[in-house]
Design a protein around this ligand. Structure first.
Ligand SMILES: *[C@@H]1O[C@H](CO)[C@@H](O)[C@H](O)[C@H]1NC(C)=O
Ligand SMILES: *[C@@H]1O[C@H](CO)[C@@H](O)[C@H](O)[C@H]1NC(C)=O
Ligand SMILES: *[C@@H]1O[C@H](CO)[C@@H](O)[C@H](O)[C@H]1NC(C)=O
Ligand SMILES: *[C@@H]1O[C@H](CO)[C@@H](O)[C@H](O)[C@H]1NC(C)=O
Ligand SMILES: *[C@@H]1O[C@H](CO)[C@@H](O)[C@H](O)[C@H]1NC(C)=O
Ligand SMILES: *[C@@H]1O[C@H](CO)[C@@H](O)[C@H](O)[C@H]1NC(C)=O
Length: 430
């Protein structure tokens, strides 16, 4: 069989060029702001005609030499910003490096913009976390109307941190690795134009949040770094993620427990573990994930492409998910639905309850599979997958013949689908 591979490559190239342009367009838009004396705060008119309260962390004692502990300055700037009735912008100046320990940015009703122009770095010694929240570094909770932006960098110092952990040296103590940025019980968030490098754990986590827009964000961690999900969405709804580049050692995007209305566009992922819904239903939990749309992604050298994974014994459902316009390059498991997911030391026993999987569409998924099995639908005996839909699929392997695997998978297809679908019958699409 022959496929218009050139056409795939050209589109690939265009997508890559677009993404590269997105990431490297110069920062001309960032105008210099007036650096004011250490007066606490000031009302200034910026060249861009931006009016409001501006708080420079330097005015609250931040040194920015990468050695001095600037946590208190950030904490105070945040506290002051949150006293304003309307809007406040906290500025983290360019050209400086601010060492910040685990910090709570708590309950704030003010519309705050945290404009990170310089760099924020984590302490590299795990001991610093003792007595503090061991799982969170920059922790925003109970926050409404927050914008994180500015073109700066957030550095988790993951390499140094892991070097001091039992994971790399058995004689050293074990620690929980903290997530770089955690948002909990938040709404109306915007995260844009920033990069997070070398996170110790997950780069960005949203839990119990709604109305989130993430755009033009770059997340980079070494491929061998454990548990470093790019964006982790949990119990959240109305989330848009666009124009994002993620290179990491775990899932680029993972969507779990009780999340809905998630739209992902313009994602470049790899290396990493791909885009994942789940795992869901561990410890017999009820979990639902619905209305997810991934439209426009480029995955390269990832372990998985687009994946749904559920544990046996769970309850709830994954419903109305569409993966569309995804280009894959050397992806080991390009399309995978696994209702037998088991990431435990002991093999998991078969159970009769399951997180139900239905109305899942795969449309326009093309490129190369790193293994022969390009499509895998391993569905539950007691709760078979329903409403799987394949359209315009062209996945080839480097050497062998691409295959698809179905177990208890009910679905339909239309257009070119290669490898050919393995549904027992062509179920009518609902
Ligand atoms: C492991 O840590 C111990 C104690 O800090 C140190 O003496 C030893 O050199 C380390 N080993 C390696 C392989 O880094
Ligand atoms: C994306 O963010 C970078 C900084 O990380 C910035 O220079 C660039 O202008 C942004 N691109 C767009 C399209 O906003
Ligand atoms: C999902 O929501 C249901 C009902 O609101 C709750 O019982 C369940 O614990 C939640 N599941 C998870 C994994 O958070
Ligand atoms: C595909 O990825 C694997 C690792 O997942 C790597 O070992 C292999 O060299 C890659 N192949 C190509 C053709 O890039
Ligand atoms: C569990 O069920 C699957 C699918 O029916 C089957 O392939 C597998 O052998 C079963 N495992 C055990 C431990 O019974
Ligand atoms: C499967 O069914 C759908 C709609 O019910 C139809 O459009 C499609 O052509 C059918 N595919 C095959 C391979 O019969």
């Amino acid at each position: 069989m022959e496929f218009p591979i050139n056409c795939i490559c050209t589109s690939n190239l265009l997508l890559v060029i677009t993404l590269v342009l997105l990431h490297f367009t110069s920062s001309l838009e960032f105008e210099s702001f007036l650096q004011l004396p250490r007066s606490g705060f000031s009302v200034i008119r910026k060249p861009r005609k931006e009016v409001g309260i501006f708080l420079h962390v330097t005015a609250y004692g931040a040194v920015g030499d990468g050695i001095h502990d600037d946590t208190e300055a950030f904490r105070n700037a945040w506290k002051v910003a949150c006293t304003f009735p309307q809007r406040a912008t906290i500025i983290v100046p360019e050209g400086f490096t601010y060492l910040v320990q685990p910090i709570d940015f708590a309950a704030c009703q003010t519309e705050v913009t945290l404009r990170i122009l310089g760099a924020i770095i984590a302490p590299k010694d795990p001991k610093v976390w003792l007595g503090l929240n061991p799982r969170k570094w920059l922790y925003f909770h109970g926050v409404e109307q927050l914008t994180l932006e500015g073109g700066g960098t957030i550095n988790g110092m993951g390499k140094d941190w892991w070097a001091l952990s039992c994971k790399t040296n058995a004689t050293l103590p074990c620690h929980h690795a903290p997530t770089a940025i955690t948002f909990h019980r938040c709404k109306n968030l915007k995260v844009r134009d920033i990069s997070i490098i070398d996170s110790q754990q997950t780069h960005i986590t949203f839990t119990n949040c709604r109305s989130i827009v993430v755009s033009n964000v770059t997340l980079t961690a070494p491929v061998e770094s454990p548990n470093t999900d790019g964006i982790h969405i949990s119990a959240s709804s109305d989330v848009q993620v666009s124009d994002t580049s993620i290179k990491t050692g775990d899932d680029c995007v993972s969507i779990v427990s009780n999340s809905s209305r998630i739209v992902i566009t313009g994602l470049a992922c790899g290396p990493g573990h791909g885009i994942s819904i789940g795992s869901l239903g561990r410890w017999s939990e009820w979990s639902e994930v619905r209305d997810v749309m991934v439209d426009g992604a480029y995955l390269s050298n990832t372990q998985n492409g687009v994946r749904i994974k559920t544990w046996q014994g769970g309850a709830g459902y994954v419903r109305r998910v569409t993966f569309k316009n995804v280009w894959m390059e050397n992806v080991t498991n390009p399309i995978i639905v696994d209702q037998y997911y088991c990431d435990a030391p002991e093999p998991c026993i078969n159970q009769t309850s399951a997180v139900h999987v239905d109305k899942i569409s795969f449309v326009g998924i093309k490129g190369t599979s790193g293994s022969d099995e390009a499509i895998r639908f391993a569905c539950s005996d007691s709760s078979p997958c329903q409403g799987l839909y394949l359209e315009d699929i062209q996945l080839i392997t480097y050497t062998g013949v691409a295959t698809s695997f179905c177990w208890k998978a009910q679905g339909s297809s239309s257009g070119v689908v290669y490898p050919s679908p393995c549904f027992p019958t062509n179920e009518s699409v609902i």
